[in-house]
Design a protein around this ligand. Structure first.
Ligand code: RB5
Length: 161
């Protein structure tokens, strides 16, 4: 694991066996651009479980150890389900560049999930770049929606009327 480098975005990255080959391709490219907190898997193990690695990435984002998170599994679906269980994590499954930047600009998305069985390395790089370069717009309507999201997270809106 690397230490924080001034000026570079701190990004947590993790994968299970389903995303392992894509992570291996993505990691050196990402390390040239960001300060990467690699939470594994560090070796291919067909029996490993995505909640372990998705949880590690989401925990890093939720606790502020990383500003953004990237999780790769086979489809990205399981990773996304895990990530959004963590308070403060706003994760999206992104297989196109529009979702990758719009999710940040409108929804303050701080984590993306990729499916290594869905996309290849070049599309993955473009998606990750769109995600990392995007910033929350801060418009009032988006802030209002985030407040509602936080209320749901805290259980305030989850009871039946
Ligand atoms: C692993 O075989 C696969 O189920 C997992 O990577 C992921 O696709 C789950 O959503």
């Amino acid at each position: 694991m690397s230490t924080k480098t001034a000026g570079k975005l701190r990004v947590a990255l993790g994968t299970d066996h389903g995303g392992f080959p894509l992570k291996a391709d993505l990691l050196p490219w990402l390390q040239a651009k960001c300060d990467v907190l690699d939470v594994g898997a560090f070796a291919y193990d067909s029996k490993d479980d995505y909640p372990d690695f998705a949880g590690a990435v989401a925990r890093a984002v939720a606790t502020g150890k990383a500003e953004r998170g990237i999780i790769i599994c086979g489809s990205g679906v399981g990773a996304c389900i895990v990530a959004n269980k963590f308070p403060g994590v706003r994760g999206g499954l992104c297989h196109d560049t529009y979702s990758a930047h719009q999710g940040v600009e409108h929804d303050d998305m701080n984590l993306i999930c990729l499916g290594a069985r869905i996309i290849g390395i070049e599309i993955a790089k473009e998606i990750v770049m769109a995600f990392l370069q995007a910033r929350f717009s801060g418009e009032e309507r988006y802030r209002r929606r985030l407040e509602k999201l936080r209320a749901i997270e805290q259980g305030a809106l989850n009871r039946s009327p």
